[in-house]
Design a protein. Sequence first.
Length: 308
Amino acid sequence: MHEAFFYRDRAALSAALLPRFAEAFASGQPVAVVARRSRTELLQGALGSDAGRVRWLDMTREGRNPTRLISGVLGRFADEYPDRRVLIVGEPMWPERPRADYAAVVAHEALINVAFADRELSVVCPYEVSTLPAHVLQDAARTHPTVVTSEDTWASLSYRDPVDLAMSFLSDLPEPESVPERLTFGAYELAQVRQLVYAHAVLAGLDSSRRDDLVLAVNEVATNTLVHAGGQGVLRVWRETGRLVCEVSDQGQVNDPLIGRHPTPVASRAPQQQGGRGLLLVNEICDLVQIATASGTTVRMHMNVADD
């Protein structure tokens, strides 16, 4: 069950969710809330002593890369209770969220319907209608089979095929804001890939651990290109406002819409899903990952840096 909950203000949010929490507690369902700190503090205060029965997670940290949410947050929590339905309240959008994240947020919301189609999972996604733009609410209705307000519940007439919708948001990645440095690489240029990424990470001011993380992430994706996509790819690196971006593209064809997102433990994945292991690591490391598979495969990795 995947619901978009449209609420007007903080009071309406707590008034609507408290009965859902009480119902879950009564039926023995584990509950997690993944939201901005202001919303978790609101709900904790409303729950009082029952707040200790909820797993509280900060969406600005756990969901800074929306592409990791299915595997690293929702799936991980559900996997702790394989024989029980769980309730997850996840706040995907708020006004201050960077615009660059939006396509990945919509794709994430759509693909929840695919990833958990056969799982005992209830996901409620709050959207504050008084602060979010109209197009965000329209897209929420397209990604959620059910829409809920304080007054009513209905099947969304705008709901779209989740894979088609996700791919439509990820297939047309915007061109870089600045001219990227470009390197065509094969098996003998993998060291050059790492050196180029490291040099840009130094210039961007990333600390040593973040530099190493970014080099590792790009190396994982470039290695996937060499092994699974004909042995040649293109690396592009550029700066955007507040971010360093590395992109690896190749001619490989991916038919799995959940590549890099599978919520099941790695050890239990089917052989055809093993190519996504490196992407799971990449999703954990980077601040935003965009995976486009409409024409070849493009993996765009973002790391936050201090603004100039």
